[in-house]
Design a protein around this ligand. Structure first.
Ligand code: C6P
Length: 409
């Protein structure tokens, strides 16, 4: 059954609020999504009924908290098609997941001149950790370019992959919406003996995700963009890799034994989860996964393709040459992220004018400064859609944009 965004809106308490006396038109879900009542309730329930630390206490509350945390891990594993729950490492966010790989696998396996291949459309979270490794270990960073059509330009892929040790690519761009050919890149990476890391931050919330089908070795994503709370993200990796990697942070929870002479590590996944984990956040993420599974990820994707098509048509028909929308023109080739430049008005001004009508969009470089340079701009306005948006939100955006003309043109 097709997703009904009006019914979905009813699940999200924040959708009742007004902004500047207008209904909330939230078009910034690529930055963070809203949370359904079931997620908020799950977090409250944890604090009200079984708040306690995990993997330590033997009393009832602690057992329940531990079970809830581990159940959340298992739910996430099922949601992404992971063969084992122990392959799901709970971290703070996608940024931490990528840094974990750079600091553990990267430090242990990469050295002077080892090529790591990324793309020009990466978020800073998938650039800076590798630049830090370039500074500390002397790795060579190579960039797959972005073509004028908003897709990766793979013409020179063989040369870029020659000798590569790791390929790290966003599954969906947070600026262009482009859906990248992850399977193809993973195959190409494996052919030259490199590992494949996928930044799925903009994929997992919006498209069915199967880590096996992706052909990835590492997958990172973040909970707050997929109806979950902030403060929780995921690194998935193949068991054999996790077994072979040194730990990330040191402290409680991640050890099997500690003596004055040294320590031994706990089993995977706990080896990578030093300190008290984000328990309430994990419970919330488990509820988010239940919520999205209830909607059906195929239905979520179908809804977003239709809505993206409507948005592309509406904005171009209404504003013609006055609007430049970056990224692929085909809705089937992109997610529901629309970065645009409007009649030369600064994106921050556009965002401020839209806000007066209750329309929330993000303006800026979207943590993708190298991509901004490729696009030839310093910033864009960005409208990004999710399960609670419908055509009326696109219409509200299109209407509010014209208010910009009176002020700035
Ligand atoms: N992009 C955006 O407005 P964190 O901050 O760790 O939860 O997610 C980082 C991240 C990594 N990769 C991609 C593709 C992303 O889009 C993001 C987060 C937000 O576009 C906030 S900058």
């Amino acid at each position: 059954m097709a997703l009904d965004p009006v019914a979905v809106r009813g699940d999200f308490p924040i959708m009742c609020r007004k902004v500047h006396g207008r209904r909330l038109v939230y078009l910034d879900s690529a930055a963070t999504s809203h949370k359904p009542r079931s997620v908020i309730d799950a977090i409250t329930d944890y604090y009200e009924r079984f708040n306690s630390n995990v993997h330590r206490g033997s009393y009832q509350l602690a057992v329940e908290a531990t079970e809830a945390l581990e159940q959340a891990r298992a739910k996430v594993a099922r949601f992404i098609g992971a063969p084992r729950a122990s392959e799901v490492i709970l971290v703070k966010n996608a940024t931490e997941a990528i840094n974990l790989v750079a600091r553990t696998w990267g430090q242990a396996n990469l050295g002077l001149g080892d090529p790591v291949v990324i793309t020009e459309m990466e978020h800073h979270a998938n650039i800076v950790p590798w630049q830090m490794l370039a500074a500390s270990r002397g790795i060579e960073l190579r960039w797959i370019p972005v073509g004028d059509d908003g897709h990766l330009d793979l013409t020179d892929l063989d040369r870029l992959l020659d000798g590569a040790r790791l390929v790290c690519v966003a599954a969906v761009s947070n600026v262009l919406g482009t859906i990248n050919p992850i399977c193809q890149l993973a195959d190409a990476a494996h052919r030259v003996g490199a590992l494949m890391m996928v930044d799925a931050s903009q994929h997992t919330p919006h498209l069915p995700t199967d880590v096996g089908e992706m052909g990835a070795d590492f997958v990172a994503f973040t909970g707050h963009k997929m109806c979950g709370p902030t403060g929780i993200g995921v690194l998935w990796a193949k068991s054999e890799l996790l077994e072979s990697m040194p730990p990330f942070l040191g402290g409680g929870e991640m050890i099997a034994n500690v003596t004055k002479e040294g320590f031994s590590t706990a089993e995977v996944p706990w080896k990578f989860e030093a300190g008290t984990p984000p328990i309430a956040e994990a419970v919330g993420l488990g509820a988010a996964v239940d919520y999205l599974s209830g909607l059906g990820m195929d239905q979520v994707r179908e809804h977003e393709v239709a809505l993206t098509g409507y948005a592309l048509r509406t904005l171009t028909q209404r504003y013609g040459d006055g609007i430049i929308i970056h990224g692929p023109t085909e809705p089937a080739e992109r997610g529901g992220v629309l970065s645009f430049e409007y009649k030369g008005v600064h994106p921050h001004d556009v965002a401020q004018v839209l806000d007066r009508s209750g329309v929330c969009v993000r303006a800026g470089h979207h943590c993708a400064k190298p991509l901004m340079r490729v696009l030839g701009c310093v910033a864009t306005s960005r409208a990004s859609m999710y399960v609670y948006n419908d055509e009326s939100d696109v219409d509200a955006l299109a209407d509010a944009l014209s208010d910009t003309d009176d002020l700035f043109l």
